[in-house]
Design a protein around this ligand. Structure first.
Ligand code: MSP
Length: 520
């Protein structure tokens, strides 16, 4: 695989990051780290969406200049992703000068082409969606079904994008590429939405919305959020209608664009039409993930159950994010909703990461020290049938990742860990040692350690710190590409001393879990 380019949605900065935002960034980072082990070049983009009426109103109500407000809140997202070890290649902010300039050029290109035109319009505007809604979009009370608010009636002269011109081409693309929208069950939903599409407003009168990118040569209008926001995926990596960068030529089109199911319409219809209008190749896949609920309830400010990733880490006294990353990445099957609960979090990570995986390595290394002074002897090196199991698991994990099934892939890793644990229980190296069968005992330990190298590689995208600690004790190169894993990593000679053995993951404290302080 030559390259892998993945993107996340860019978050609105009118609020603080919560674990719904975090879920998406973790999922994408896991994909990114996995494909880094398969592609020559992998690139991940994330960022913040900073224009629009909501930011304008919130910053005004706080008496702060909107840019200062954005700076302050964008930093909260940057800090949270650092805390979660999101290893993105680039963080774009839509207030970046470079982005703004290219968005203006994109707008002009579409205007010159005749795909954008000016039109007087009266519509129902939902500031929550930052979108005009049609009557059909509203619920039985005439409210926006997502934001539960009555949209405002807005009359303006705006620029419109000829979405309808691309309707048939988009339908054809979705039908001809059943794996374009992931999971595929969402494709029908999009095809239904396509039936009713109209041209969309892509600018707002400056008198109503001033916090946005000016339309070139028309100071009365600002470019309305979606053309601005969606373009980030190409402006960040150097798209320019007058000549794009080498990075853009190398990376575009995206291999997978990760977004929440609530904004699938914007990505699988609006974004695709914009790309078609710009004569650019389309992303290979759009992955629409589900929603994260808290204790089975929707997260919302009014319910007071919005949890930040930082508050979870503080409540559990966590110094590394691996457990939370693992829990979130495995919270739901691909595309389905998932749930966060303190108790489930604690139980799952203690069972999987501490009891099964961490203990397995710890016990094995301790036995190696106890019986052989930490040394691997020539006679221990023997191919085990479990090696084939490990190679099979690598293929299965890769296969799931090819379909962006991050939770399903983790299940395969868990199954391999369970098999190795069963192997140790059945082979009982402690009994072999007692019986003086030292070579057999050494063979078992060697087999487990070789398997642990594979497990550390496979768990790395989810738990980079734990995997790093495993690899360090195994003297294994955690950067090994999956294709290069040969199960010949454990070398003859001294592997480890007693002092070097460290637990890779400490169980989460149950008392802390019970007291978990949900900081809003
Ligand atoms: N700014 C737009 C996206 C523009 S992309 C060109 C936006 N921002 S958002 O802050 O509202 O949401 C950012 C992402 O977080 C979206 O993909 C959204 O689906 C996701 N999530 C927000 N709340 C969520 C949950 N409770 N659970 C999972 N993801 C959720 O939309």
């Amino acid at each position: 695989m030559e390259k892998f380019y993945t993107t996340t949605a860019i978050d609105y900065v009118n609020g603080a990051p919560h674990i719904g935002h975090a879920y998406e960034k973790i999922l994408t980072d896991v994909l990114f780290r996995h494909f880094s082990k398969r592609a020559d070049c992998a690139y991940m983009l994330t960022g913040t969406d900073e224009h629009g009426i909501k930011i304008q109103k919130t910053s005004a109500s706080m008496n702060i200049n909107p840019k200062e407000f954005c700076d302050m809140n964008a930093q909260k997202f940057i800090d949270s992703w650092k805390l979660l070890d999101i290893n993105y290649s680039q963080f774009i902010r839509t207030t970046d000068e470079k982005h703004k300039k290219i968005v203006q050029k994109i707008f002009k290109k579409l205007l010159d082409k005749g795909d954008i035109y000016k039109h007087s319009y009266t519509g129902l505007y939902c500031s929550g969606c930052e979108a005009f809604l049609s009557e059909k979009d509203l619920d039985e009370n005439g409210f926006c079904p997502v934001h539960k608010k009555k949209p405002e009636v807005v009359s303006e002269e705006n620029y419109f994008f000829k979405l309808t011109k691309y309707k048939e081409a988009i339908i054809k693309h979705i039908k001809q590429n059943p794996d374009f929208i992931v999971p595929s069950f969402r494709a029908n939903e999009v095809l239904n939405q396509l039936e009713n599409i109209e041209d969309i407003s892509v600018s707002r009168a400056k008198t109503n919305v001033s916090w946005g990118i000016d339309v070139l040569d028309d100071p009365t209008q600002v470019i309305y959020v979606w053309i601005d926001a969606l373009s980030n995926y190409i402006t960040a990596i150097g798209y320019d209608p007058d000549g794009s960068s080498d990075l853009f030529k190398k990376l575009w089109s995206a291999d997978v664009q990760v977004i929440g199911k609530d904004i699938l319409k914007f990505h699988s219809i609006y974004w695709i039409a914009i790309l078609m209008a710009l004569d650019l190749p389309l992303p290979k896949h759009i992955l629409a993930h589900g929603w994260i609920t808290i204790d089975e309830a929707k997260m919302s400010k009014s319910l007071g159950n919005v949890i930040s990733p930082k508050s979870i880490m503080e409540a559990f006294n966590m110094t590394e994010p691996d457990a939370l990353r693992y829990y979130m990445a495995t919270a739901a099957p691909c595309g389905k909703d998932g749930n966060y609960s303190d108790n489930d979090f604690k139980e799952k990570v203690n069972a999987h990461l501490a009891n099964s995986m961490g203990n397995l390595l710890n016990r094995t290394l301790s036995m190696l020290v106890k019986y052989f002074d930490g040394e691997i002897k020539q006679e221990f090196i023997k191919k085990s049938p479990l090696f084939d199991e490990a190679l099979k698991t690598i293929k299965e994990v890769e296969h799931h990742f090819d379909y962006f099934e991050v939770a399903e892939a983790a299940q395969k890793i868990t199954e391999l860990v369970d098999k190795v644990n069963k192997y140790v229980t059945d082979a009982a190296p402690w009994s072999l040692a007692k019986e003086g069968k030292m070579i057999e005992c050494g063979e078992v330990l060697y087999t487990v350690l070789e398997l642990m190298c594979v497990i550390s590689s496979l768990i790395y995208p989810y738990c980079p710190n734990i995997a790093g600690k495993m690899a360090k004790q195994l003297k294994y190169d955690i950067n090994t590409k999956y294709d290069d894993i040969k199960l010949d990593n454990i070398k003859i000679g001294k592997l480890i001393s007693k002092e070097e053995i460290t637990p890779v993951f400490l169980r989460l404290d149950s008392e802390l879990a019970d007291k978990a302080n949900k900081v809003k």
